[in-house]
Ligand binder design. Structure first.
Ligand SMILES: Nc1ncnc2c1ncn2[C@@H]1O[C@H](COP(=O)(O)OP(=O)(O)O)[C@@H](O)[C@H]1O
Ligand SMILES: O=P(O)(O)OC[C@H](O)CO
Length: 504
């Protein structure tokens, strides 16, 4: 009875359900990709109904593969792609527009308009974030401004907002039949609307954006019972008791609980999170300030974050848009066929550049092309782009903290790539370490849910579940590392200043 915890990982490209045992080992899982919708250059959408249907399917698949029922599950945890905005009518359960995904840049005009008074850092001291298309706030405003009748319905109290955690939780707990409209502090800290200090919605900022407070979910801790699964669902009556945004969940799943600990997750994008403990640290080097985790009534843990928009999605682009490879792992074979990048650097500024530059006027650039260059060099440069971007984020973390990191814990889909991990260690100059369970995102959400119901007793118990699988030591000499970084930084300057009145 109750020997397992299930985590729902609602990610950018897929939804997963993973069942963990008490040692943090994976017992079974289900996974389904959902459609990526690109209606125009710079726009990225998902269908909320598809996400909810897939969530139900993957839960069913994970349970049936392990021959388990709801009676075996002690708790449900939810983790999610952050910032992606869903606005739905709570009286019908229907979304009024597709989910606007975190990578979507359609709200640049809203950002420019709001920045006129006080610049992009206008709300940063309070919310930890610069004004940028990345965060939920401008996406909610866009829906209210552009979807017929949405503003009137929102003002009448019928429309509600959530990131995909809140969308899944509301549906899981009953939807129109009493669904719970709640999010956790980590997701709330990505909207531009939450005061980091008080952990409440800031009514002044909501007013400036024209978003009614009634649309916003209640902000709860990352680990407490929010409700139970509705009787119409497979997991009926099981408590839902953990929510963490996916990058915070991975940090928690890596057992990086203390100030000074960090992890980097390599998926669609790359996100380095550095735990600053109970202190709210404001970056001087282009990092975000965000909530790391909050367990029930215990003090809040904050973090600095270096978000990189495009890493694994550059590999997907080689596959889907250029047809250079037929699967992501093939990039490693192509790259291995050449000694070096042949002088090519790819700056994948598809959504502008995120940390540490925050340049929305940047667009992707491939530089250093000569007749010598072939597709192997391009493949290599695409992988190296991930490592260079991570190096720039790590430099920012070190500059902010004053104490250089001596190693980097890694996870996510791209860490299966040995060549990338070796190059990452080379270009950072510190060891890169992969744990045995690389599904740290789901594991973190499972931990948060399990702690709330007493399935796990404390953080010490979770730390003892972590173990090292593989480590890559740096091998590149300093002069070569410096030369490569100089060229990378030169390439970055070439991607900037591209967007103007002719290019959006
Ligand atoms: N062997 C590989 N080499 C390089 N990139 C890879 C490899 N395997 C997967 N990827 C990339 O990793 C990403 C998937 O990782 P995942 O952690 O599942 O992403 P997410 O959680 O963002 O959906 C994809 O963008 C894919 O292109
Ligand atoms: O779903 P992922 O793993 O691509 O993560 C997306 C991030 O949460 C965006 O901030």
């Amino acid at each position: 009875m109750n020997q397992y915890v299930i985590a729902i990982d609602q990610g950018t490209t897929s939804s997963r359900a993973i069942i963990f045992d008490h040692s943090g080992n994976i017992v079974s899982s289900g996974q389904m990709e959902h459609e990526q919708i690109f209606p125009q250059a710079g726009w990225v959408e998902h269908k909320p109904a598809e996400i909810w249907n897939n969530t139900r399917e993957v839960i069913a698949s994970a349970l049936s593969k392990a021959n388990l029922t709801r009676h075996d599950i002690a708790a449900v945890g939810i983790t999610n792609q952050r910032e992606t905005a869903v606005v739905w009518d709570k009286t019908t359960g229907e979304a009024v527009y597709n989910a606007i995904v975190w990578q979507d840049t359609r709200t640049q005009d809203i950002v420019d308009e709001l920045s006129k008074d006080g610049g992009p850092e206008r709300f940063k001291q309070k919310v930890g974030l610069p004004l940028a298309t990345y965060f939920s706030g401008t996406k909610i405003k866009w829906i209210l401004d552009n979807v017929d009748g949405a503003r009137a319905k929102a003002e009448a109290g019928d429309l509600v907002f959530g990131n995909t955690d809140a969308w899944v939780l509301w549906n899981l707990t009953g939807g129109v039949d009493g669904g719970v409209h709640v999010t956790d502090v980590t997701n709330a800290s990505r909207t531009l609307f939450m005061d980091l200090d008080t952990l409440t919605w800031d009514e002044e900022i909501l007013g400036i954006f024209g978003v009614p407070l009634s649309m916003m979910p209640a902000i709860k801790s990352s680990s407490e019972v929010y409700g139970t699964v509705h009787t119409s669902q497979l997991l009926r009556e099981v408590p839902v008791s953990g929510i963490l945004g996916d990058q915070q969940a991975a940090t928690f799943g890596q057992a990086a609980f203390e100030a000074g600990e960090a992890k980097n997750t390599y998926g669609t994008g790359c996100f380095l999170i550095f735990n600053t403990g109970e202190e709210i640290v404001h970056s001087k080097n282009g990092l975000l300030t965000t909530v790391g985790y909050k367990l029930g009534d215990a003090p809040t843990h904050y973090a600095l974050e270096g978000s990189i928009a495009v890493t694994g999605s550059l590999i997907q682009w080689l596959r889907d848009n250029l047809g250079m490879i037929s699967s992501a792992p093939e990039v490693e074979t192509l790259a291995a066929a050449v000694e070096d990048n042949g002088g090519v650097y790819i700056v994948p500024a598809f959504s502008g550049l995120f940390a540490p530059y925050w340049r929305s006027d940047a667009r992707g650039a491939i530089v250093g092309l000569t007749r010598f260059v072939n597709k192997n060099h391009i493949a290599r440069a695409a992988l190296e782009a991930t490592a260079f971007q991570t190096r720039e984020v790590l430099d920012a973390v070190n500059a902010d903290s004053g104490v250089p990191l001596t190693e980097l814990k890694v996870d996510g889909g791209m860490v299966a790539n040995d060549a990338l991990m070796q190059f990452q260690a080379d270009i950072l100059g510190v060891p890169v370490i992969r744990p045995k369970v690389v599904e740290t995102t789901a594991l973190g959400a499972a931990y948060a849910a399990g702690l709330a119901v007493g399935f796990w007793k404390d953080l010490g118990e979770l730390s003892s579940n972590w173990s090292e699988d593989k480590r890559w030591e740096p091998k590149l000499d300093q002069a070569e590392q410096d030369r490569q970084l100089r060229l990378w930084r030169k390439a970055v300057t070439k991607s900037m200043d591209w967007v103007d009145e002719d290019v959006r």
